[in-house]
Structures are given as structure tokens and as C-alpha cells.
Design a protein around this ligand. Sequence first.
Ligand code: LMR
Length: 397
Amino acid sequence: LFESVELAPRDPILGLNEQFNADTRAGKVNLGVGVYYDDEGRIPLLKAVHKAEVARVEAAAPRGYLPIEGISAYNKGAQRLLLGAGNPLLESGRVLTAQSLGGTGALKIGADFLKWLKPDANVVISNPSWENHRALFERAGFTVETYPYYDAATHGLDFNGMTAALNALPEGTIVILHACCHNPTGVDPTFDQWKEIARIIKQRDLVPFLDIAYQGFGEGIEEDAAVVRYFADQDITMLVSSSFSKSFSLYGERVGALTLICSSSEEGERVLSQLKRVIRTNYSNPPTHGGTIVSMVLNTPELYDLWATELAGMRERIRSMRQQLVEKLKAEGVNKDFSFVLEQRGMFSYSGLTKEQVDRLREEHGVYAVSSGRICVAALNSRNIDYVAKAIASVLA
Ligand code: LMR
């Protein structure tokens, strides 16, 4: 039966973890996967999360099946994060959310739903994009193409290339956009540029699918959702995949959400009924633990404030690591100007390192990065940053 099965390549991101774990060198550093580590190099258990967990364990709640679309209070909390508390859309019946297995799970049920709804549409992703975007939409049956995004010469956005490409897309094309903290480049459009993108999407009747996996890691929880809110204000119907893996430091709990903004509550009811069929045939219904914890934090003012403060702390530590990396590279005698790293937002820096340099970093120094040159700045800390700066300087020399 399985004789003809060929060996698949390692996953470009999670495969690095496998290699990293097997590496026996003491000084190894994992800048591959998008995970936030604290200054001690540990994945933090946030205090807000811990408090909610203690309360949950004390409540000794039974673990029955959740509804297909998940915990209602969780879904409402996810909507408030996206649209802002008090947004009239929240009460309109036009916004529906399903708790999902992380951001990837949200993309997957969104992709399956869209394939059923628009079987002939193509998908476009940014060039470059998160490695799994292409694989995930292709696996759902779509042809995936790219639109220009990153300009290596300026380390910024190729806005003209991007808008020209969007303007030329056939009506109904599904456009994957990173709502904040673009993965892998850390380069986001300005708000004015987003307005132009929204105008094109609307005028050309494109289908936006906004991926927001790093809300709170750019400028702030509210600020990072500005694009979603603007699109919603423009009455653009859309899909939004949220991840709470990073913002709650709950990677293994698979906490995410798919939100759809429809044009009427009656439409919303029909759409939810079909989305539930997609979920039921994928994994039936989501797990209870992570969703309950996130829901408790989002719906308890004292825990929410604590969480927002902790998230701000993570955001600020990443900024300080960016600053220090730029300074230390300079101090190591690197000629190239790395100040663009300070302009990038979120966990990542698209360092400009070539695949060969990334290979040398790993082989010669035990420093792991994605072959595209993406490094996870959130994995740098006061103990490893000197070592990493020296390693990068040596492969650039
Ligand atoms: C990443 O880009 O490293 C993260 O989103 C983790 C993942 O699932 O790839």
C-alpha cells in the first residue's frame, strides 16, 4: 500500500525545530520558529493565563463537547479584539466567529469553506509570505500565485508593484493579507497605503482574507487591528484568521479564531451553518482547555488588564532586542547598515542573509534561522545576543 510514498521534505519552519532539538551543541540558538522567549530563554507562562488556569482547575469543570463553533464567550472576545469593544458591528449579527485550532486551523477551515464557495477562484499571497500559506491553500485545492510585496533594495514595501498586481487580478480572487507584523518580513503598509489597498479590493471585488497572528506585537492591541476595523468600516465582506498562540503564549493549546464579516445578519446565519459543516467534517469541534483560558482572560477585566500589560512587556523586549542587535552588529565591524531592523514590526526580521549564510550560521555556529533569512528577534536575549551578533558577523565577513 505505502510502497510508492516518497519522503517529503522537512517543514521549512517546524522542521528546523526537529533539527535544533537533535543538535547537541550547548550554545545553540533557535531563531527559526516564531516563538517568544523571555530574557531567560524560556517560553513564558503569562500570569494572566496562570491565574485563569488555577481558577479553572479549582472549578473542576466537566469536559463535555463544545459546540461546533466553540465557546461563545471566546468567540465574542475574539471579535472585540478585532473590531474594538463598542463597535456597533458586534451587535449586528453580521460578524460570526468560530474558535479554531490556532491561526493555522482558522486558515484551514476558511480555505475549505472558500473552496466550497468559490471553487474556480485563485488565491494570491504576498511575495514572500509565511511558508505555510501557499502549502495550506494548495492543499485545499487552490492554485496559489503571488503579488509583489517586499523590496529587497529598500528593505521596505514594493507598494507600486503590490497595487498594480492587485489591480490586475480577476474579480473574486482571494487575497491573503497580513493585517499586522508581516511574516516573514516585518514590513507593513502604512495606514494610508492600507486605505488604497482596501479601495482596490472593494473596487475590483476581490475577496480579502486577513491573517492576524501577531496582534499586540506591533504597536499595540488596538493599533494592530486598525486594518481589520478599517476594512469593516468600508463594508468589505471578508475573512479574518486570528491566532492567540503568541499573544497568550499558548502555542500548544491551539487557540485561534476564524471571523467572517457578512453583509447582513440573515447572510451570517446561512454562512455559519455552512462553516459548521466544514468544521464538523474536519475535527468536529474544538478542544476546551485553551479556549476556556483565553475566554476567561478576555472576559475578566482584571485579567485582561494584566494580559495587556504582559503583552506590552513582550512587545517592548522585542524592540529592545532589535536595537541591541543593530548596535552589536555594528560593534562587530559589520559594514552593512542593519538599521532597517528597527523599522520592522513583530517577532521577525527579514535579515537579508542568503540561504548559504543561513546554512553556515547553523552548521558553524548552531544558530538556526529560516532559509529565507528570517530570524525570530523574539528569541534573542541578553545571554545569547552577543553570540548571535558574532555569528552573523562571521558569516557576513
Ligand atoms: C512561524 O511562522 O514561525 C509561526 O507562525 C509558527 C508556524 O506555525 O510556522
